[in-house]
Design a protein around this ligand. Structure first.
Ligand code: NAD
Length: 500
């Protein structure tokens, strides 16, 4: 049930806040307080049509605006975002729950993509070959697609949209962004800032909603592409439906990331890395480490070092200088906590149980403390499923080979890491592991903006990764032009291909 007296997060269409007439809304929680502080509108068909129509109307002028002018607007957006990122971080913390420093980190990673996008004139310029045949030239251009749809998850309400919209807009497209209904306000803030930077009305629209809005974008003939990030079942659904409807689609799904620790690793540094990668953002990161694969005999020592560090973590309201905040909703917190029981029933040892921890925050917040499970059977759902919370599992193996086989046998292939001082072993791992993003003594190997982000297997559907050159390729289509300026020597009939 929603509380009607709360502020309402509205769509942002055509360069301003659009008053929704939809009958449906959803509550938006402050996870550290454990109560709804806003409602968000959930689009109906008329609003989906309005957002797409706004983007479609803005497209021809935006596509044709000079490269210099487009570039100046993106530079200005970059400057404003950098100056005012503190405001956005506060919004992120109030709706997602992550601590302020982590919210700023998220924005910084998004800013990197904006910075990459400022260089778009170089990246999307075409090629030219003179005299491919006598007097004939061939050249290529990279044109925008038109209206592009972006659908993003709750866990990075600023960064994940920024993986896509700066590149899409720089390349001359217009955007309808459908953010997660759990933390919707960052998207409006970013769109308003872009308007302030000089972006013409209608180039960047935010449509709030649930499955109705998503399906509306998937069905709409004016929407030329879909960029999706979220859980694996929905990613698969999006991929299949968008492809069936003739749209270009990139769909990034869930993850279960392993960190392989070899016996020669520096165990203190490894324990630090496991803590940071396992419990940062309360484990609600698609690149979080959720399984430490310890090659014996290191497991006992590693558990001792990780446990020591866990006892020093301060859990609480992200606005209060804590290390780890709450989970995003009560429902998600309860689901994550249920995996602790599942693991214990299946024979794992609960070394540290995060349920019932003391926090620096409101009693009703959606809390779950850092949890450590040892000897988790690989047949347990606690090992197989993506838990997406502050639950770190230890799995013990006897050799490097056993560890690699375990990782490669998993359904996901998003991120992984090896901790070792043996360069040869690391090089072998990089070659043998079937995962898209690999860290060598780096626990969360999120590629910088000028590489591309994406995993293998159930972590991605289709071959289009996010940002980097993949991003520019996704948001443009190439035209190859063959040109000849006729003169009398070109006369005559010849039905064959030109030979010279
Ligand atoms: P989610 O799949 O529940 O939601 C993602 C988006 O899909 C949201 O905008 C939501 O409104 C929409 N959606 C939800 N249910 C839908 C349905 N039945 N039909 C159509 N649309 C629907 O994901 P989430 O819980 O918001 O985010 C967490 C998930 O995202 C995790 O699985 C995480 O691993 C994944 N993720 C992956 C990456 C990556 O790069 N691979 C990055 C971030 C998050």
């Amino acid at each position: 049930m929603t509380n009607d007296s709360l502020p309402l997060v509205q769509h942002y269409i055509g360069g301003s806040t659009a008053q929704s007439a939809s009958a449906r809304t959803a509550p938006v929680y402050d996870p550290a307080l454990g109560k709804a502080t806003k409602n968000v509108v959930l689009a109906d068909q008329a609003e989906i049509d309005a957002a797409v129509a706004s983007a479609a109307a803005a497209f021809p002028k935006w596509r044709d605006l000079s490269i210099t002018k487009r570039q100046q607007i993106i530079f200005r957006f970059r400057e404003l975002l950098n100056e005012r990122k503190g405001e956005l971080a506060e919004i992120l913390t109030s709706e997602h729950g992550k601590v302020l420093s982590d919210a700023l980190g998220e924005i910084t990673r998004g800013l990197e993509v904006v910075e990459l996008a400022t260089g778009f004139p170089h990246i999307i310029k075409g090629e030219y070959s003179e005299n491919v045949s006598t007097g004939v030239d061939v050249y290529s251009t990279k044109s925008p697609l038109g209206v592009v749809g972006i659908i993003s998850p709750f866990n990075f309400p600023a960064m994940v949209p920024m993986w896509f919209f700066p590149i899409a807009i720089a390349a001359g497209n217009t955007v309808v962004l459908k953010p997660s209904e759990k933390d919707p306000s960052s998207a409006n803030w970013l769109a308003e800032l872009f308007t302030e930077a000089g972006l013409p009305d209608g180039v960047f629209n935010v449509l709030h909603g649930d499955k109705v809005a998503v399906d509306g974008l998937l069905e709409h003939p004016e929407v030329k592409s879909i960029s999706f990030v979220g859980s694996t079942p929905i990613a698969q659904y999006i991929y299949e439906k968008a492809a069936k409807n003739g749209k270009r689609v990139q769909a990034l799904g869930g993850a279960k990331n392993h960190m392989l620790v070899l016996p020669d690793a520096d165990l203190n540094l490894t324990a630090d890395a496991a803590i940071n990668a396992g419990f940062g953002s309360a484990g609600e990161r698609c690149m979080a480490i959720s399984v430490v694969v310890a090659v014996e005999p290191v497991a006992d020592k590693l558990i001792e070092l990780i446990t020591q560090r866990m006892s020093t973590l301060k859990i609480g309201d992200g606005r209060r200088n804590c290390d780890m905040g709450p989970l995003v909703t009560e429902q998600h917190r309860d689901k994550v906590a249920s995996y602790i029981d599942i693991a214990a029933e299946d024979g794992a040892t609960v070394v540290v149980d995060g349920r019932g921890i003391e926090v620096d925050g409101a009693a009703d917040g959606f809390w779950l403390g850092p949890t450590l499970l040892d000897a988790v059977p690989t047949t347990s759902k606690a090992y197989i499923d993506e838990i997406f919370g502050p639950v770190l599992s230890i799995v013990r193996v006897q050799s490097y080979e056993e560890g690699v086989k375990l990782i490669n046998d998993g359904a996901y292939g998003n991120g992984t890491a090896i901790f070792t001082n043996d360069g040869g072993a690391a090089r072998r791992f990089q070659n043998e592991i079937e995962v898209g993003m690999i860290g060598i003594n780096v626990p969360i190997p999120v590629p910088v903006a000028y590489y591309s982000f994406g995993g293998f297997k159930d972590s991605i559907f289709g071959s289009n990764k996010a940002y980097g050159i993949h991003g520019f390729d996704f948001f443009t289509r190439e035209k190859a032009i063959t040109s000849r300026w006729l003169d009398p020597s070109h006369g005559g009939i010849n039905l064959g291909f030109p030979q010279n």
